[in-house]
Design a protein around this ligand. Structure first.
Ligand SMILES: [Zn+2]
Ligand SMILES: [Zn+2]
Length: 392
């Protein structure tokens, strides 16, 4: 039932979005044939608003006379192929077809081949067009978008925004400034969005666009490297006890040492937080240490849990505690940690390097490389031997 209501809503929305205003055709207003014609490349990126700066009209007959007069003026006096505008709008609430959706107009120098020119019939310096005319123009633009004559991210401008003119008159200009997509000039945001994101909106595979994709990927990659730290569950989030440790690490540290807890696995925030509290309890109560021993722990929920953190010295590898100790929660003798956990650990190391807690030329080792132990388990040890900067 719900599905049908949604379908109906989508259907109605689609119909509504595509409803177009009544357009009085050239033959209906008695238009002359154009003497030349150049095809507009659609969808166009701009809609440009004009006024005719002449007489008002409020019926199909007076508006048709106006449109014929304007056509005569443009063709006879200005020597153009046809009436200049793509569409005209009368205060009878009707749209009059000029050059239409697919023929390049003559209405705004340097913008004719990348815009639809819509002109309100009348002089709108001291008063705005009536609401019938305004609605008709907005409906016309809204109709051009789903029909792919106008880009969905089009920019709406007044003629004065692109050429030195007072058109479309102060009063009309004030109105269109409040309309959707109005921009007096191309803002830097728009510039970025056009440059980087528009290529993703279509099947754009020509070389210029490929280069933009590469630039975008490069920017993302650089940002990832500079700031890409994994989210870390803080001590308060896993309900840690207070640490009484006082020895600070000398950062950036020279290396990273990988461990496993050799205990239970955990794969969600709840069970991993419980593990954290259990390990801390064991280290503080039984071992009598000042806090949980490791700097960070990793769960198979793919999350990093804060132990002593980046700046406090840990208790995880005798004589090697001046390094960062990262411990995977679980026993990884017969199987390696899942990929989410492995990814989190590598991302944590990269983050430490980017933030200067770990030296760029750090040395990565397993616990067994520095103390007599089987930690971090054969399977995990085999994995880290393939990681960057590993040295036994
Ligand atoms: Zn104009
Ligand atoms: Zn260990």
């Amino acid at each position: 039932m719900t599905r049908w209501i949604i379908l109906l809503a989508v259907f109605c929305t689609t119909i509504h979005a595509q409803s177009c205003p009544t357009i009085v055709s050239r033959s209906q207003w008695g238009g002359r044939n154009p003497t030349c014609r150049s095809r507009l490349s659609t969808p166009v990126p701009n809609a440009i608003i004009h006024h005719t700066a002449g007489d008002f009209c409020n019926s199909q007959s007076t508006c048709s006379t106006q449109v014929r007069n304007i056509q005569n003026y443009h063709m006879n006096t200005q020597k153009w192929c046809d009436i200049g505008y793509n569409f005209l709008v009368g205060e009878d609430g009707r749209v009059y077809e000029g050059r239409g959706w697919t023929t390049t107009g003559a209405h705004a120098r340097s913008y004719n081949n990348k815009s639809i020119g819509i002109s309100f019939i009348g002089s709108f310096t001291n008063r705005a067009p009536n609401s019938a005319a305004l609605n008709a123009a907005r409906q016309l633009i809204a109709c051009g978008v789903p029909r792919n004559f106008i880009r969905s991210n089009y920019v709406l401008k007044g003629h004065r925004n692109v050429n030195p003119t007072s058109c479309p008159g102060n009063s009309l200009y004030k109105v269109i400034q409040g309309w959707p997509h109005f921009k007096a000039s191309l803002s830097s945001y728009n510039c970025i969005s056009v440059y980087f994101f528009r290529p993703f909106s279509a099947l754009s595979l020509y070389p210029g666009v490929m280069i933009r994709w590469l630039i975008l990927l490069l920017v993302l990659w650089a940002a990832e490297n500079a700031l890409g730290c994994p989210s870390i569950v803080s001590r308060s989030q896993w309900a840690a006890r207070r640490s009484s440790c006082t020895t600070k690490l000398s950062t950036p540290v020279p290396g990273v040492i990988i461990h496993h807890t050799a205990g239970a696995f955990c794969s969600n925030k709840n069970s991993c937080s419980t593990q954290m509290r259990n390990i801390q309890h064991f280290h503080m109560n039984t071992r009598k240490w000042c806090d949980i021993g490791y700097n960070f722990l990793i769960g198979e929920d793919g999350t990093v849990y804060e132990g002593r953190g980046w700046t406090t010295q840990g208790a995880h590898a005798k004589s090697y505690n001046q390094n960062i100790g990262i411990c995977f929660m679980g026993t990884f003798t017969n199987r390696a940690p899942n990929s989410a956990a492995l990814r989190a650990a590598r991302s944590l190391i990269n983050c430490g390097v980017a933030r200067n807690y770990i030296r760029r030329d750090y040395r990565l080792r397993g616990h067994r490389n520095v103390n007599p132990t089987s930690c971090p388990g054969n399977s995990l040890y085999n994995v880290i031997r393939g990681w960057p900067q590993f040295k036994a």
